[in-house]
Design a protein around this ligand. Structure first.
Ligand code: MN
Length: 292
């Protein structure tokens, strides 16, 4: 990445022109199918925190070759660290992951996501090492790539991905948290985990260690699916039963607003961020009809 100045650190640009140049060279590949999506997203500081360390980002390229190989990318990150470092961590991580993912030529989405995550991790560590106020910064990352009718989810930390399908909602990701580890090995009940004073302790994050191993999930999308990415500011305030009730109603955008409203109404103890998308249809690819 080269030398990091504080100027560079803040801006770390998502260089769309460079991406376009790369995409132009990607060739003539075309998607066979296209998932028509409807998107909603919202982030809120909450009622207690004085800044917002959460962030969401998405990129929906329109070049057919890029859609065929890389797809569309949606992500939520929840940063941590004092002196505004959490805000910078989530922002830098998302920019770096998006840039690295779209610059990667490998056909395997999972491998590209892993490399992109490793690059963001290295970058955060470099920034933290070179700028003392930034030491200790880190971030979660929950990302979703939609390529044709496939959903790939990449997971680090305790932000989450849920899938609503056929009027049932399932949590796709598993938290990388101390309490989740206790629950998984039977040492703690879910109820105990929800009230544990250690419920915010995460066991994996970007920027914490030289190596980070993300979880990867792959799901075949179906028309009618609704996908939710969210930070723990939502799931810490609103239980799964109520999430399900809210997720069943309204458009993706309305659901996103309602989810955040509910978390804030219940105390808003943390920053809260949600990104929701609906699979409106899965259609044969037609170049002139490239909508969401
Ligand atoms: Mn949080």
């Amino acid at each position: 990445m080269g030398r990091i100045s504080s100027d560079r650190e803040i801006t770390a640009p998502l260089d769309v022109e460079a991406l376009r140049a790369g995409w132009a060279a990607k060739g003539e590949e075309r998607p066979r199918r296209h998932a028509r999506l409807a998107l909603g997203a919202r982030t809120d500081m909450g009622r207690v925190r004085e800044n917002n360390e959460d962030k969401f980002e998405f990129l929906e390229p329109d070049e057919p070759a890029v859609l065929a190989t890389r797809g569309r990318f949606y992500a939520v990150a929840d940063g941590m660290g004092g002196h505004q470092a959490g805000q910078i961590a989530s922002e830098l991580a998302l920019k770096t992951v998006f840039r690295a993912y779209y610059a990667d030529r490998a056909p395997d989405v999972g491998e590209s996501l892993k490399r992109a995550v490793a690059e963001a991790n290295r970058y955060l560590l470099d920034v933290a090492r070179m700028i003392p106020e930034r030491s200790g910064m880190g971030t979660t990352l929950t990302g979703a790539v939609v390529r044709e009718d496939e959903l790939f989810v990449v997971q680090i930390g305790d932000s989450r991905c849920y899938l609503l399908r056929d009027r049932r909602m399932e949590q796709v990701t598993e938290d990388h948290s101390w309490v989740q580890e206790q629950v998984s090995r039977g040492a703690m009940t879910l109820e105990e985990a929800e009230t544990s004073p250690f419920r915010n302790v995460i066991t994996r994050s970007l920027g914490a260690a030289p190596e980070v191993e993300p979880d990867l999930f792959a799901i075949k999308l179906e028309p009618g699916d609704r996908v939710l990415l969210c930070s723990d500011g939502l799931t810490g305030m609103v239980d799964d039963g109520e999430l399900f009730e809210i997720m069943r109603e309204g458009s993706a955008s309305v659901a996103a607003w309602n989810l955040v409203d509910r978390a804030v109404e219940y105390g808003g103890k943390d920053n809260v961020t949600v990104l929701v998308f609906d699979v409106r249809a899965i259609e044969p690819w037609e170049p002139e009809a490239t909508g969401r």
